[in-house]
Unconditional design. Structure first.
Length: 311
C-alpha cells in the first residue's frame, strides 16, 4: 500500500476508535501512524534530492501524536541542528534522551544524541564569541574592559578554527579524522580511491576517473555495504544490512537489479568491484558476492554529526 493511502486508512481507523471510545485500539493505531511518519521522514531525508522540510513535517506529525517518542525527537533534533536552529535541537535532544515510559534510544543513538548536544552548545558558543568580539570593539569604558578581562580566562575556546574542524569528518579505510569545510568541499579521489560523499545536497559516489553518480537511499546503502565489506558480500547479506540500518523494505531481487544496473551504467565497474561465487551456508549453493577490488580503497566524507549506517 502507498504510504499516503496507508496514512489515510490509519486516520480513518483512528476516528472510528475514538468514536467507539476504544482506548487500546486508539493507542495501537497511533503507534502505527507514528511509525509510518518516522519512516517517511527518514525516506525524504535520504531521498535522491533530500527534502528536509517534508521530513520535518512528518516528524512533527509523529510528535503531535506522541510527544515523548524518543526516535522522532532524535531525528527532528538532527534536522533542526542541520538548519542551524540549535536551541530547538537541544530541546528535542533532551526529550529524546528522556525517552518515554515504554521506549528509549538505543546505546548508539544515546551516545550520538549527547554528541549532538555538545555540537549545539559549541555552535551557540561560537555565535556568542563573535558577539563578544563585536561588543568589545565598541567598549569605551576602561572599567568595562577590566571586568570583561576578569572573566575572559573562563571561556574555554576562543579559536574559531577549532570549531570549524569539528564539523566534517573523513573516514579512509575505517580510520576517521576531522577536516575543515573547505577540505571537505575540495576533496577528490586520491589514486585508486572510491569516495562516498554525504552532504546537504544529497549522496553521491565518486570514482577515480571522475565519474559521479547521485544515489537514492537504497543505492546509498548498497554502496556503503560494498565499500565497507571486509569480505565478499552477497545480495542476501546486503538485504539484511539494509534492514538493520534503516526501515527500508528491500528484496534480494531488488538489490540484484540495482547492482546489474550499476554494472551497465558505471564505466569500468568490473575494475572497481570484484565479484566471485561464494557458498550460501543456509542453502549450500553458490551465490555471487561482491567487494571493492584489490588495490582500491574507500573514503567516506560527511558532516561530523552524520549518522552513518550501523552507528
Amino acid at each position: 500500500m502507498h504510504p499516503k493511502d496507508e496514512e489515510e486508512r490509519f486516520k480513518q481507523e483512528l476516528i472510528e476508535a475514538k468514536k467507539d471510545r476504544d482506548k487500546t485500539k486508539q493507542r495501537l493505531i497511533e503507534e502505527r501512524l507514528v511509525k509510518l511518519y518516522v519512516s517517511q521522514a527518514e525516506y525524504f531525508k535520504m531521498a535522491e534530492k533530500p527534502d528536509p522540510n517534508i521530513a520535518t513535517r512528518y516528524l512533527q506529525e509523529a510528535l503531535r501524536l506522541k510527544p515523548d517518542h524518543p526516535v522522532a525527537n532524535y531525528r527532528l533534533a538532527y534536522l533542526y541542528y542541520r538548519n542551524e536552529e540549535y536551541t530547538k535541537a537541544i530541546l528535542h535532544l533532551g526529550k529524546a534522551l528522556d525517552g518515554s515510559s515504554t521506549e528509549g534510544l538505543n546505546d548508539t543513538q544515546t551516545l550520538l544524541a549527547n554528541m549532538f548536544m555538545v555540537n549545539c552548545g559549541i555552535r551557540i558558543a561560537k555565535e556568542s564569541i563573535l558577539e563578544v568580539q563585536s561588543i568589545e570593539e565598541n567598549l569605551y569604558s576602561e572599567l568595562e574592559k577590566e571586568r570583561i578581562e576578569k572573566y575572559r580566562n573562563e571561556i574555554l575556546v576562543l579559536d574559531e578554527d577549532t570549531f570549524e574542524r569539528m564539523f566534517y569528518r573523513k573516514i579512509e579505510n575505517g580510520i576517521a579524522s576531522r577536516i575543515s569545510e573547505s577540505e571537505f568541499a575540495a576533496f577528490q579521489p586520491k589514486g585508486k580511491q572510491v569516495i562516498l560523499r554525504i552532504s546537504d545536497q544529497g549522496r553521491e559516489i565518486i570514482f577515480p576517473d571522475g565519474f559521479k553518480l547521485t544515489l537514492n537511499p537504497v543505492s546509498f546503502y548498497i554502496f556503503y555495504g560494498l565499500l565497507t565489506a571486509e569480505e565478499l558480500i552477497t545480495y542476501r547479506d546486503l538485504q539484511r544490512k539494509i534492514r538493520l540500518w534503516s526501515e527500508l523494505e528491500v528484496t534480494e531481487d531488488n538489490i540484484r537489479k540495482n547492482i546489474s544496473r550499476f554494472s551497465r551504467n558505471i564505466p569500468f565497474w568490473h575494475v572497481f568491484f570484484h565479484s566471485a561465487n561464494v557458498v550460501n551456508l543456509e542453502t549450500n549453493r553458490n551465490v555471487v558476492g561482491y567487494r571493492i577490488a584489490e588495490g582500491f580503497n574507500s573514503c567516506i566524507l560527511c558532516r561530523g554529526d552524520e549518522v552513518l549506517p550501523g552507528e
